[in-house]
Design a protein around this ligand. Structure first.
Ligand code: MTE
Ligand code: MOS
Length: 760
């Protein structure tokens, strides 16, 4: 029996359930000190002088560091090098680190941080991204070549104006989306341990150990091989631990290098909400044109995101959103422009979906409006336009295979009882007085970083078969809760033909595997999975050669499964995997291998917006059912049906991914409202920034219509982000169905709905 495709118990389940898993804050080493940051209290301030004397006068405070103390370069090594580890002459957003304090305890460090006097003035700030490009606003940066522009992307195809002219229906809308805070269970945290040879070892909570390694090397001015990064059990990331941990780790490392002692650096929740990255707020203007049958003729879109004070990875977020803005449809004419603009607000970053939830909210709203205008069923209009094998995406990428959108939509329609429930909802309030609505959405997600990050599109693995036949696997991508450790053990088990229990995933350690890029963009299953197949395949062949010899047959005559290697024509002739490994040991056959996989052929032309943007796309269809209280406008999402075109490696785990993503999408659509006034974050706790809890959890119907991906390990592709991406538009489409009026911005709070209903 293959292990891939079965619901094995998570490798980390028991340790986490019993409270034995060790997160970074559980790690204690002798001589350890505690660090924290002095942060900017407003949107923009000059830094004229930092006076640490009162802080240093406290017994137990070891040092206060400012930018001038940094031995290396004061810049986080990302795409554009604009973000400093510590602000120098001015701080540009609420929460930016200005100085670092290290003391015997965390409480003492925080008290001392309050004693550090930062002399400076409030400076005029740009806090509205929608007007930030106007030259009259204070300049934050002009990395993209004009006032407060960080980057512009375009995707163009055909002649949009001509297509609109001949269209039967044209709909135009302006949509807005708010911030979203990751609200991972575990705040950011790092432990830095100085090594006797001048090196630094980092343990911590992160998604991208190789980014952290590079950042620490830059900050300390030491070579990469002197920085070893070991990933601790990580309590959620959702993209929030992609670029940010580089900053946190550098802060810990600077203090550790300065004091010569280990330093733990853990953020408090409020500090984390204020100072760390978030999902980009956006405004999207879209025009969709279709013929009388609802076939899309053209999509014009302008997508503007608020990047915040530094560029971070906003370009990546913007690129993904721009490339996917036309939705998973055949659109002959497109004109999409995306812009990331700079403001004196939190530096926004990766969040599950990288700029796609924003555009999908707009484009899936537009699809429903077209359907309504033309009198076509919303599922039907999507089926008529769905990308299929051989069709071209907006970037003129001809899809070779693994395109399961039609099947997913059809299955979602069935499993959600679409027609019955839509019909029942349309009949007015139910016996409980609630108004009901049913809405659909669908989406495609390019797996991995795509052409924009092609240089990172590779991963390594190390597989070691121990002499007793147990197996150690190391990869460079991390498990932040999504379960990749389990999934990759399943892949390794099948690659070697052994049981799942025989395989163990080793802690991610930069000294063990080659740079494998970041753990983002749902890339781990394909990339680390293929690297494992590469390594395991080399070992398996060696073991099988020895087994074939012992059995007196050729390599091609063997089958392998469940720890038994047998002769295909006569399965009674066999050796166990363990016996074969024993023979290998005697023969001194090497049983450790490195594996590597690089994504083949993606490209993108920035001038024309044409390219095979991603290696493969994952498709999803959602149906949401909502109930609205007509008196209070409280919304309850009652049921969500989601169908993915992926083959599950572990059905239970993937269903967990779906459920978590759906609830996160409900939060994005209806509850999560980060209030930032004049650049100051006002909802800096989980009492005022409200995320959905169990009461907001709907009934889930999760299903799969697998479309095998030939280059994926055992035909699988990534799906970790897809569950959240198009939940908001399914909900707002359902709300529109229930109320007859359309929310044009999210989050949709009850007071917004009440306003909308009044206006009707
Ligand atoms: N699931 C849990 N439980 N916790 C997380 O932090 N992150 C999501 C998703 N699912 C996340 C999660 C994000 S943002 C990504 S990119 C993928 O998992 C990464 O996992 P993969 O590469 O293994 O698909
Ligand atoms: Mo996920 S936003 O790609 O870390």
């Amino acid at each position: 029996m293959p292990v891939v495709g079965t619901s094995q118990v998570r490798k980390d389940a028991e340790a986490k359930a019993r409270g034995r898993a060790r997160y970074v804050d559980d790690l204690v080493v002798p001589g350890m000190l505690h660090g924290c940051a002095v942060r900017c209290p407003s949107a923009r301030r000059s830094i004229e002088r930092v006076d640490p004397s009162a802080a240093l006068a406290r017994p137990g405070v070891h040092a206060v560091l400012v930018a001038a103390h940094i031995p290396g370069r004061n810049v986080v090594p990302l795409i554009f090098e604009d973000m400093p580890f510590l602000a120098e002459r001015e701080a540009r957003y609420h929460g930016e680190a200005v100085a670092l304090v290290v003391a015997d305890t965390d409480e003492l460090a925080r008290a001392a941080a309050r004693d550090v006097v930062v002399e400076g003035q409030e400076l005029p700030a740009t806090t509205d991204f929608e007007t930030a490009e106007d030259p009259s606003t204070p300049l934050v940066n002009s990395l993209g070549g004009s006032h407060n522009l960080i980057k512009r992307y375009a995707v163009r195809r055909g002649d949009v104006d001509a297509a609109i002219e001949g269209a039967a229906a044209v709909v135009t809308g302006e949509y807005r989306t708010g911030y979203q805070e990751h609200a991972y269970l575990e705040p950011q945290g790092m432990l830095a341990i100085p090594e006797p040879d001048g090196g630094m070892t980092i343990h911590g909570s992160m998604q991208c150990p190789f980014y952290v390694q590079k950042a620490v090397a830059v900050a300390l001015a030491i070579p990469l091989h002197k920085v070893r990064v070991v990933v601790a059990v990580t309590g959620g990331g959702f993209g929030g631990k992609e670029d940010v941990p580089s900053l946190v780790a550098a802060h810990a490392a600077l203090l550790a290098a300065h004091t010569g002692r280990p330093v733990k650096f853990i953020l408090e929740r409020g500090e984390d909400i204020i100072a760390m990255s978030k999902r980009h707020p956006s405004v999207i203007r879209m025009t969709h044109a279709a013929d009388a049958e609802g076939r899309l003729l053209a999509v014009r879109a302008e997508y503007v995101v608020d990047a915040g004070a530094y560029s971070g990875i906003s370009t990546v977020v913007l690129w993904r959103g721009t490339v996917h803005a036309a939705g998973p449809y055949v659109v002959p004419n497109v004109d999409i422009e995306g812009r990331a603009v700079a403001t004196n607000r939190s530096s926004c970053g990766a969040f599950r979906g990288f700029g796609q939830p924003q555009v999908s909210f707009a484009s899936e709203s537009q699809m429903d409006r077209l359907a309504e205008e033309l009198g076509i069923d919303p599922v039907e209009i999507r089926l008529r336009n769905a990308l299929t094998e051989g069709a071209e995406t907006a970037t003129s990428h001809r899809l070779g295979g693994s395109v399961g959108l039609r099947e997913a939509l059809t299955r979602a329609r069935e499993r959600s009882d679409w027609f019955e429930r839509r019909g029942a909802a349309a009949e007015g309030p139910g016996p409980d007085g609630m108004l009901r609505g049913v809405g659909v959405s669908c989406l495609y997600y390019g797996v991995g970083l795509g052409a924009g990050g092609a240089y990172l599109a590779r991963a390594g693995a190390q597989v070691q078969v121990c002499l007793d036949g147990s197996v150690e696997v190391s990869v460079g991508t991390t498990d932040m809760g999504q379960g990749s450790e389990t999934v990759l053990c399943q892949i390794a088990a099948d690659a070697l033909g052994v049981g799942y229990e025989r395989v163990r995933m080793m802690p991610v350690d930069t000294s063990r595997v080659p740079d494998s890029g970041p753990t983002v963009a749902s890339r781990s299953t394909i990339l680390s999975g293929n690297a494992i197949l590469d390594a395991a395949g080399k070992i398996r062949v060696r073991i099988h050669r020895v087994a074939a010899e012992a059995l007196g047959v050729g390599l091609a005559d063997l089958t392998w499964e469940d720890g038994v290697i047998a002769v295909r024509s006569d399965p009674s002739r066999k050796v166990t995997f363990v016996e074969a490994v024993g023979k290998c040991a005697k023969l001194r056959v090497p049983l450790t291998e490195q594996g590597f996989w690089a994504v083949p052929g993606t490209f993108f032309d920035e001038g024309t917006g044409v390219g095979d943007a991603y290696m493969v796309y994952t498709f999803v269809a959602n149906v949401a059912e909502v109930a609205v209280d007509p008196a209070t406008f409280q919304v309850r999402v009652e049921r969500v049906t989601s169908v993915y075109d992926v083959k599950p490696v572990n059905p239970t785990l993937i269903e967990g991914q779906a459920q978590g993503g759906i609830v996160q999408g409900i939060g994005y659509a209806l509850h999560e409202n980060l209030i930032v006034r004049d650049g100051v974050v006002e909802t800096a706790d989980l009492a005022t920034y409200v995320i959905p809890g169990t009461c907001e959890t709907p009934e889930f119907v999760v299903d799969f219509t697998p479309a095998a991906y030939g280059n994926g390990p055992f035909g699988v592709k990534g799906m970790g982000e897809t569950p959240i991406l198009a939940i908001a538009p399914a909900i707002t489409n359902a709300l529109t169905h229930a109320l007859g009026t359309r929310p044009m911005s999210i989050p949709v709070l009850p007071e917004h709905l009440m306003e909308l209903a009044k206006r009707e």
